[in-house]
Write a protein that binds this ligand. Sequence first.
Ligand SMILES: NC(=O)c1ccc[n+]([C@@H]2O[C@H](COP(=O)([O-])OP(=O)(O)OC[C@H]3O[C@@H](n4cnc5c(N)ncnc54)[C@H](OP(=O)(O)O)[C@@H]3O)[C@@H](O)[C@H]2O)c1
Length: 279
Amino acid sequence: MTILVTGSRGRVGTTLIGLLHEQGFTVRAASGDPDELVLPDGVPDVKLSLAEPHTFPDALAGVDSVFLYANPSHIEEFIKIANDAGVQHVVLLSSSAVLSPDAKNDPIARQHLEVEDALASSALPCTFLRPSAFASNAFYWSWQLKTTGTVSLPYPGAHTDAIHEADIAEAAVAVLKDPALRGGAYTLTGAESFTFAEQIDVLARATGRPFAVDAITPEVWKAEMADHVPAAFADGLLAYWRSRDGNPVDLTTGVDELTGHPARPFAVWAAENAAAFVQ
Ligand SMILES: NC(=O)c1ccc[n+]([C@@H]2O[C@H](COP(=O)([O-])OP(=O)(O)OC[C@H]3O[C@@H](n4cnc5c(N)ncnc54)[C@H](OP(=O)(O)O)[C@@H]3O)[C@@H](O)[C@H]2O)c1
């Protein structure tokens, strides 16, 4: 069985490739920029940009299963070419944001929902993984924490659950391996619901540094992020954080069901990545 992993430069994709390779699967690593990949020996790469349909046929030739990142720009062409290539199963890295009643009006949720809908109405067997906020989002704070020890946040009291990328990758391995799990939609959360301020306390303990939070207004945050985050995405994030302010995340048993172990606590991720938060 040949498994094509898209998003190979991403943290979930990279982890998944390592796990599949260790377990003896034939893996092909697809990336928009294969030259940047660092792959285990014996794993071939292929150019595949989900925004460039001419890259689809070569990447999909001879592939049985695909681990797919949610990019709706050319999803219909992707499905057609995958069908023509004989792909038997697509595992989508979706998002729990699709479960929001307002998902169609949220730019982040909508991009995942459009891909889910296109796959669900196709003949391709598909499985949806719907993780919540990634633990690795904490890397967005690394520069501020490293240089000033303080991170500016518009909603420090917003709850998150910070799922470890290894839990998502292990869940993907499970659904790729076990036909009985195929076809489901799995909401995956981290081990605990905590506020951003509490999450930064965990990073402080992991690094031994006295990190602090500076509460700023949503308007100031949006202006500070203007060069990096498109306005519509910034508005979507702010609305989401506002909805989570003082509002714990409903935790699921999805990771446990698929991997056979509880989700990793954020403290595990923080200990593994502490070096990224200190000079
Ligand atoms: N972050 C979250 O909290 C969250 C929550 C739920 C769902 N998701 C979904 O999960 C997926 C991964 O999210 P992520 O934010 O954690 O991103 P990520 O894993 O870091 O991956 C981002 C992807 O962007 C591409 N990319 C383009 N330029 C890159 C560069 N210079 N370095 C590394 N990668 C580059 C890569 O794909 P190629 O190698 O194929 O080019 C890479 O896989 C997204 O589809 C996102 O919508 C994220």
